[in-house]
Design a protein around this ligand. Structure first.
Ligand SMILES: NC(=O)C1=CN([C@@H]2O[C@H](COP(=O)(O)OP(=O)(O)OC[C@H]3O[C@@H](n4cnc5c(N)ncnc54)[C@H](OP(=O)(O)O)[C@@H]3O)[C@@H](O)[C@H]2O)C=CC1
Ligand SMILES: CC(=O)[C@H](N)C(=O)O
Length: 262
């Protein structure tokens, strides 16, 4: 019987989520794995139970379905064994802004931001109450890069970073660790869903390397983990510039360049 917290992982039927499941099972954590494809989840669960002697529960859910999301929220609120949430499920954007239907936009924003936020909100009060636990949100370097031409996807990932920074400020004083993980191109099925041949990219990270690096950041209790960023000071400079900008915001008057010329 393990005393380690149970890890609740969304989007665990493939790619980064399935790899997190494998890595946490290897560390001896019991798991709750969530996605729409039940047979893939069951196959993963069977393998992890056999290889690592951990308990793995499968929850089939579409996170864009309000009733199914509500059931997951209730579980996160009530199950005191769950101490780590890996908010990983996400979908890419196929095509540019002009190619998006209203339904596709809503689905992507719902999955990548609303569901992620609601699941974090469901578990956070219990973790804050107990003064322990972790929330890991999977963003993307695309959230830094409007130049990449994935405006909606990138905006959802910028949201994930902002939310994680805000949650960390609010929750870390209460003992809850929040991590934003920002991968760049990683070899998973997401690229097929985006209609992009990942083999045409000059560089792609293997998913095991990505998750192992993210877990190094997790173990260090790092707030923002960007495995493909080789010069860590770049992030420090960006965040420092943001804070510098805020220190130059003066609320009483418009800046001189916006003053009417008389
Ligand atoms: N691979 C990459 O290059 C990068 C990925 N990321 C992010 O990493 C995360 C994981 O993606 P990745 O592993 O690459 O992609 P995959 O497509 O391999 O995995 C996506 C996972 O999300 C699940 N999922 C998709 N839609 C829903 C839904 N409506 N409800 C519940 N689960 C859903 C899928 O399962 P199912 O279909 O069974 O529901 C699957 O398990 C995403 O948030 C992605 O944006 C960030 C940067 C780079
Ligand atoms: C399809 C993508 O854009 C990818 N998931 C990424 O975030 O780099």
């Amino acid at each position: 019987m393990t005393t380690l917290p149970t890890v609740f992982i969304t989007g665990a039927s493939s790619g980064i989520g399935a790899t997190y499941a494998e890595r946490f099972a290897r560390r001896g954590h019991n798991l709750i794995i969530v996605a729409r494809d039940k047979s893939r989840l069951e196959a993963l669960a069977t393998r992890l139970r056999a290889e690592h002697q951990v308990s793995v529960e499968v929850l089939q859910a579409d996170l864009t379905n309000t009733a199914e999301l509500s059931a997951l929220e209730a579980r996160l609120r009530d199950d005191a064994d769950i101490g780590i949430l890996i908010n990983n499920a996400g979908m890419p954007q196929a095509g540019g802004f002009l190619q998006q239907s209203g339904e596709a936009i809503e689905r992507q924003i719902t999955l990548n931001t609303t569901a992620l936020t609601r699941l974090a909100a469901a578990i956070a009060p219990r973790l804050a109450q107990s003064g322990t636990g972790a929330i890991v949100n999977i963003g993307s370097v695309v959230g830094f890069a409007p130049e990449f031409g994935m405006s909606i996807y990138g905006a959802t990932k910028a949201f994930v970073l902002f939310l994680s920074q805000g949650l960390s400020l609010e929750l870390s004083p209460k003992g809850v660790y929040v991590q934003a993980v920002l991968p760049a191109a990683t070899r998973t099925e997401i690229w097929q869903h985006a209609g992009i041949d990942v083999n045409t990219f000059p560089e792609v990270m293997e998913v095991g390397e990505l998750v192992d690096a993210a877990l190094v950041g997790f173990d260090r209790r790092e707030l923002v983990t960007i495995p493909p960023l080789h010069v860590a000071e770049r992030w420090d400079a960006l965040d420092g510039a943001r804070q510098g900008l805020m220190s130059d915001i003066r609320q009483a008057h418009a800046a001189e360049r916006y003053q009417q010329q008389h």
